[in-house]
Structures are given as structure tokens and as C-alpha cells.
Write a protein that binds this ligand. Sequence first.
Ligand code: CO
Length: 211
Amino acid sequence: MRYNSIEEILKNNQAWVAQKLVQDPTYFKKLATGQKPPYLYIGCSDSRLALTRFTGTEPGELFVHRNIANQVSLTDINFLAILEYAVMHLEVKDIIVAGHYGCGGIKAALEGRTIGLVDNWVNPIREIYLQKQDEIDALPTQEERWDRLAELNVQMQVKNIYQTSVMRQALQQQKALEVHGWVVDIRTGLIKNLQVSTKQWQLPSLSVAAL
Ligand code: CO
């Protein structure tokens, strides 16, 4: 571990601020004037999934919502408020759902391990597994089964975004808005764009298209 104490984290903050100010004395002054992030990032809470580091984005560029296994839950008022604010007020141009390989939430869903409230939270992923059980079970290794379910989970969460009233309203208003599905491969550090085709969900009436 890089840090041994909270004090060290705070000291590192001071060092980082000093370094930023050397590069640009007005950096924080500009940051304090407000935000206009072009991207909404929905990711897993996993401590390794620090997308700003993985993409080299700066503060002010990503509006963020994170939860276990990057769920887009239609009953999660926290998520819905963030989505509405991002789309209607910040007017983000792109929404990114980023899952990752080696996700504990995916493993919990696939293996049915009991670890507490997380079991309830990841139940929608278990539903995805049951829908695609033949395809997933046919994969030769457990790691590949986790990986595939992580990808299918991202696709499902992209689809769920199109099921929200916020997104339907945005489409009606013909807002230029794209939704992307990514998987971060922590083993290599590389991000894989799943190229999720979203056309099928951009209909004025609710689509029942499969994954
Ligand atoms: Co995860």
C-alpha cells in the first residue's frame, strides 16, 4: 500500500496541489468557477476502477455515479437524480457505463455466494446469467464466465438507461446524446469498448429487444 495513514494522504494532497500550481497558478481558480463536464461516467465502486487515472481525464471532465457492479437501477433515486441532472442541466454529450473484469459483484451473482446486502443488489445480474446460462456455462474457464457476464451486465445497464424517463425525454427533445458500454481490463489496464448498438432502444415506444 502506498499510504500508511490518513495523515499521509493529506500530506500527499498538499504536495499534489503544489505541483499543480507550479504547472498552472490559476488551475484551482478556474476549477472553482463551475463545472461543465462532457461525460457522465457510471462505474463500479471497486477501488481499482479509478477511471480518471485510467483515462488521464482531469477534474471537471467526468460527472460520476458509482455503485457495486455498475448497476443502472430504475428504482435508485440517487442514480436517477444524477442521470437527470447530468442530461438535463449539465447537458453531457456522452454517457459511459464502465464495468470491469474481475468484478466482485459479478462473481457474487454468478456463484450465488452469500455476503450480505450485496446479494440483493446484484440479483439483477443473476437474472442476466439465468437468461444467458447456456452461453456462459459453455465457456471453458470460470474467469471467462466472469468476464462474459461482466460484458453482458454492461450491455444490460446501457439498455436500462434507455428505459428511464429521463432518457426517453432526452430522445424526444432530440438531445445529442450517446451511451457507451465499456469494460476495464484490470489485468492489462486497457479499456475495451463493447460497441453496444443502442439503435434498437432509441424508439419512441418501449422496446422489448433482447440484449
Ligand atoms: Co466491480
